[in-house]
Design a protein around this ligand. Structure first.
Ligand SMILES: *Cc1c(COP(=O)(O)O)cnc(C)c1O
Length: 284
């Protein structure tokens, strides 16, 4: 078959190393081989965020696309507290829709698609409402808008709210400083800038926040982050049958990205984006 060039934010064209890693081996996910594989993936995800092991963050991997990671966070960490979803595009709207299914105390603050978030309005909303959690999208894929996280993280912290972020299309393409932006939980997926097969997602979060999740009543069985964290912490395992071939591919894409160097890769992606912008629109 003729090779297709993909210009979408995800799926993207995969390296031959990643495409072939999927068939690496037949292993049983309840054996030590899978535990080593999951540990290797977690360590590499932390490295992607410039975090060492024991840095106070852990990452759980979920069999399911990016939406699964978003729903795992929104259904597992908020309880019945008040959550404000900030939106300036399709994926912000989706965060709101998911949260509203799980929690009637879901608020929405909307901004026009493709426009920067108005920090004064966000601050005023937080001052005027009893908000415990703030959620937003980093790279709003629908419009190509890269939202700034540091300011919203700081405003959330100043108002005593936990900050959670959908980084599905920015992980692997942008620097994300979880500590500086005071992000408690962040989601991403295997098939956008990480350039692996579709079907896996992950949640990276502060270890103390993961620890607290067991005290909240479960709202879903399959996407319960407390259960994912318990299996990771006690056995380097997943609660249910993982799509093991996809884990081999994700590990390979992380190996390739870390070998290239994250900053080098981010710069090269920016150059490509600039080049495409010029070609399509004659501007940028
Ligand atoms: C693609 C995307 C999602 C949804 O991911 P799926 O893999 O389609 O479930 C969520 N948020 C953002 C920002 C995305 O780009």
């Amino acid at each position: 078959m003729k090779e297709q060039l993909l210009f979408t934010p995800g799926p993207v064209n995969m390296a031959p190393s990643v495409r072939s890693a999927i068939g690496k081996n037949d292993i049983c996910h309840r054996e030590v081989e899978f535990e080593i594989l999951l540990k290797s993936i977690e360590t590499k995800i932390l490295k992607l965020f410039q975090l060492e092991e024991k840095s106070g963050y852990r990452a759980v991997v979920i069999t399911g696309s990016g939406t699964a990671a978003n729903e795992a966070i929104l259904s597992s960490v908020v309880g019945d507290q008040h959550i404000l979803v900030i939106s300036n595009g399709e994926f912000g709207e989706r965060l709101h829709a998911i949260s509203a299914i799980h929690n009637k105390n879901t608020h929405l603050l909307e901004f026009p698609w493709g426009e920067e978030l108005d920090l004064a309005r966000i601050e005023a909303y937080l001052k005027g409402h009893p908000i415990d959690v703030v959620a937003m999208v980093h790279h709003e894929t629908s419009s190509g808008m890269l939202n700034s996280l540091e300011n919203v993280g700081a405003i959330s912290k100043a108002n005593g709210a936990m900050f959670i972020v959908d980084c599905v299309s920015s992980v692997g393409a942008e620097v994300i400083n979880l500590k500086k932006c005071d992000i408690a939980f962040c989601s991403s997926s295997s098939s956008k800038a990480l350039a692996s097969h579709a079907g896996l997602s992950f949640v990276i979060g502060k270890t103390p926040e993961f620890e607290k999740l067991k005290d909240l009543p479960a709202k879903t069985a399959y996407l319960n982050l407390a259960t994912f964290y318990h299996f990771l912490k006690t056995r380097s395992q997943t609660p249910n049958t993982p799509a093991t071939p996809l884990f081999f591919a994700l590990e390979q894409s992380l190996i390739d990205i870390l070998e290239e160097g994250t900053l080098k890769r981010f710069a090269s992606l920016r150059n490509k984006a600039r080049f495409c912008g010029k070609g399509c629109c004659g501007s940028v």
